[in-house]
Design a protein around this ligand. Sequence first.
Ligand code: SF4
Length: 323
Amino acid sequence: MDKETKAYLLSIGTIEMPQAVDYGQSSTAGPSAGGQSIFFKSGERLVRLSVVPASPLRLQQTEDEAAVFRGDEEIARGHLLQPLLHCPEQAYLTISERCIYNCKFCAVPKLRGSVKSRERVLQMVNEAYSSGRMKAISLTSGVEIDPQHEAARVAEIVRDLKRFGVPIGVSVSPFKGVSGILKEAGADEVKYNLETVDADLFSTVCPGISLDEIWEALEEAVAVFGRNKVCSNVILGLGESDRVMMRGIDQLTEMGVLPVLRPVYPHPLRKGEIEMTRPGAERLLRLSTYLRRSLDRQGLRGDQALTGCYRCTGCDLVPHRDL
Ligand code: SF4
């Protein structure tokens, strides 16, 4: 599939399945937390689609091939990849599947899931490692008590996981000094999500969280981990304009941060809370192309990310991998 086809599939984001594909795990991270999804690879490009009862897209599968159809029209042909933990080639784990915050696009506070112990994480990563397919570890976490307590917990786990000898990426709610704690524990890359670069929208979308504190933590993270080692999710489809988005992209890349342009997934558990409009293929392509140029201007490379979403590429058009 070419980048235009991937952009189209991402703009839909869902797929109907004739028969369930049971990978024995439902995602606790990423846009459609709590649901099933598939990873469809065609050529060099990969796309993750959430499995829903009704979608404009449907999957047709044979022994070793799969194809995506819209009505009777074949959109792309390829095969399904099996996720290792949450996504292919990575042990991507959510430590605290619950959160004290209440970001209006996120299902985690509604799902109120469990908190994984160090032992449980070690066991899960060990199983992933034994598969021989594990190329990286990515840890993310809601905030069970407060960001400081969460960072200390995740830092302990990072120390445990260094024994596997693969890159480790961490995504937590940031605060001043958090990057030093994670670096000291052995993390290689971090992700602190801005969620939106539109300051007017932020207070509605992420009540109780400081946007300035995230910007400051990103600056500190680049100082600690280096340029091209820090990412930030910026959601597309919360009502932000392209002008504000482009200005935010440039601000991030000038700092040495890799923005993850994430199409919004209007999670059913968040129905009606805020405006959420999944961006069309044309807008996804336009802004991802702008991002590619902005990264090139700053000498940053998407294909040098060792962990997380820039490595996975399932939910986004990733510069230097997809375009
Ligand atoms: S792009 Fe990120 S959120 Fe999406 S499946 Fe891959 S690792 Fe998960």
